[in-house]
Write a protein that binds this ligand. Sequence first.
Ligand code: AMP
Ligand code: ZN
Length: 201
Amino acid sequence: MGTKRSLNDHELESSAKKTAGHWSKGLLSSMEDPELKVEEDDTTVVIKDKYPKAEVHYLILPKEDISDMSKLQKRHLPLLKNMFAIGERIMEENPNREIRLGFHAVASMSRLHMHVISQDFNSKCLKTKRHWNSFTSSYFVPASSIIAELEKNGCIKRMASKTAESLLATPLKCHKCSLEPKTMPQLKTHLMTHFKKSGCT
Ligand code: AMP
Ligand code: ZN
């Protein structure tokens, strides 16, 4: 008897695009997709995250072919600051929501991308402990820290894979209180208590 499980983002992406190259390059085609592209300027493109993990979830990407944070140099500071300013503007446009700007310490998708994500985490696409921990632990590196590190050191130090893996494997914990739910469904039910009462996400 096989165990049924839902496809993860990468499997969904690869089954949808069998002929369009490796799933890790999917952001490149999404940057050209009018359904996903929200805005662009000379140096950046903003897209909707195709598998959003919260009610507001955008990705801000450079037009320059920068694969990931390890390729960042001091000369990229104006670009990063522009990405940050766009993220801050999106935050201002959503005054009733708590929104964070940041990067996954070890990104799975190629082309550098800054997440703009609301803290409700109210989404069917948020399914696993790894998803949760990737946005609520120090695996999610604030954009301001990346800019500060680049300003100071001229490069971004890669997180050790052991550290990254242990962050993703940490037991579930609510990002708003001390509750440690046993399962994702329990966590999701609990999240409603934080966000439905005030109507603010
Ligand atoms: P990460 O590389 O870990 O920072 O996360 C990649 C993000 O890209 C995830 O939030 C996915 O939901 C999202 N994603 C995956 N494939 C696509 C795609 N083809 N277009 C837009 N977003 C995507
Ligand atoms: Zn809580």
